[in-house]
Design a protein around this ligand. Structure first.
Ligand SMILES: NC(=O)c1ccc[n+]([C@@H]2O[C@H](COP(=O)([O-])OP(=O)(O)OC[C@H]3O[C@@H](n4cnc5c(N)ncnc54)[C@H](OP(=O)(O)O)[C@@H]3O)[C@@H](O)[C@H]2O)c1
Length: 334
């Protein structure tokens, strides 16, 4: 997008509430019209997450107050700062802390961000690399951080990743395989098996073959799982973990409800936990530091699955994402 934008006159996708209707449209905005913050950022990239697509199309009550610039993550340069922690020219990013929900977020050329929500992009990552990882990569890495804290090592066996062709799925595969784990990718798109193998999957399993619960336990196959799908997939993964297995519940792209039973817990000592990307600072800093170093994904391998679009294309992309027809990671280039 053009750099002729100024903080007084820039493009944004604003989401409005009109009665029961939620409507998002492109508008020219000025910084003074945005939620308050000490730091003005010239946004360069905003990742599009499943949650953003729900928010801007009004398919779920994600946004708390309107009008709002959605976009739960952003990466850009500081252009003005009333905080002594940030200086003009510095590369920064924000995600979580209700960015794009209660504070204006990434779907605009500029943002005004509270200093308490902002962090410097870790050394070793440029703006595009930090945005490529973004919330999906950070979330996958949070799951890995927790697996390791609970004693998991690559010798325990493979980690299953569901919704493998999605943003969290692809980043999880890359991060896990770069960090030395074997990965079993679960997907409904078996035609993408070669792509998933090139991204680091050792095995690709057809998610279409996962039915509703028939047995209380299935064959023990995985040491851990990162589930982005929920529903029958979550139940199947729970029944398919080996002794001491760990199940990180990340997403619900396939549904909220799942059928489960007690046996995986009392016979296989399974631990199941939720992951919320809106982490506190110690976890945030530790996990991003690893993402910039030993958990750094192979950006060249991810490049074919990284889609950069402009703000005018965002609403169509969001509809396709909710219809389940997108794959990989999509960034708004600003
Ligand atoms: N907990 C957190 O903090 C956090 C952070 C980020 C994301 N999330 C959640 O994690 C999930 C994945 O996010 P994402 O960014 O990877 O989304 P995404 O890019 O849209 O990918 C979701 C993937 O799930 C699978 N899928 C989609 N619809 C499905 C359906 N109806 N039934 C079964 N599988 C379906 C597809 O993979 P295949 O076609 O390969 O099967 C799709 O590529 C979302 O629910 C998102 O809200 C949570």
């Amino acid at each position: 997008m053009t750099d002729l934008a100024t903080p007084e006159n820039f493009l944004s996708l604003r989401t409005h509430q009109q009665g029961e209707r939620i409507e998002s449209r492109l508008e020219t905005t000025a910084i003074d019209g945005l939620s308050a913050g000490e730091v003005v950022v010239r946004n360069r990239y905003a990742g599009v997450n499943y949650k953003d697509s729900l928010a801007i199309l009004g398919r779920a009550r994600i946004i708390e107050t309107y009008p709002r610039t959605a976009g739960i993550e952003l990466v850009g340069e500081v252009v003005r700062s009333d905080s002594d922690r940030f200086a003009p020219g510095q590369l920064v990013m924000a995600h979580g802390f209700r960015t794009g929900i209660a504070f204006d977020g990434g779907f605009a050329q500029f943002a005004r961000v509270p200093a308490a929500h902002l962090m410097a992009v870790p050394q070793g990552l440029d703006a595009l690399q930090a945005a490529t990882i973004g919330v999906p990569g950070f979330t996958a890495a949070m799951a890995l951080d927790r697996f390791i804290a609970q004693g998991l090592t690559p010798e325990h066996g493979p980690i299953a990743v569901s919704g493998a062709t999605g943003a969290v799925g692809m980043l999880a595969m890359q991060i896990l395989s770069q960090a030395g784990w074997r990965v079993a990718a679960m997907t409904r798109k078996m035609e993408l098996e070669p792509v998933l193998k090139a991204l680091g999957a050792h095995e690709v399993i057809d998610a279409g073959g996962i039915g509703a619960q028939v047995r209380p336990l299935d064959k023990a196959r995985f040491a851990a799982a990162i589930d982005n799908v929920g529903g029958d997939m979550l139940g199947w993964l729970l029944r398919s973990l080996s002794d001491g297995g760990q199940l990180a519940v990340v997403g619900n792209a396939g549904g909220n409800d799942f059928a489960g039973n007690v046996l995986p817990f009392v016979m296989r000592n399974i631990t199941m936990f939720g992951v919320v990307a809106n982490a506190g600072w110690p976890v945030r800093e530790r996990v991003w530091q690893r993402l910039a170093t030993d958990w750094r994904p192979d950006f060249a391998a991810l490049a074919p699955h990284l889609h950069q679009i402009g703000l005018p294309e965002l609403l169509a992309h969001a509809a396709a994402q909710l219809a389940g027809t997108t794959s990989g990671r999509t960034l708004i280039a600003l």
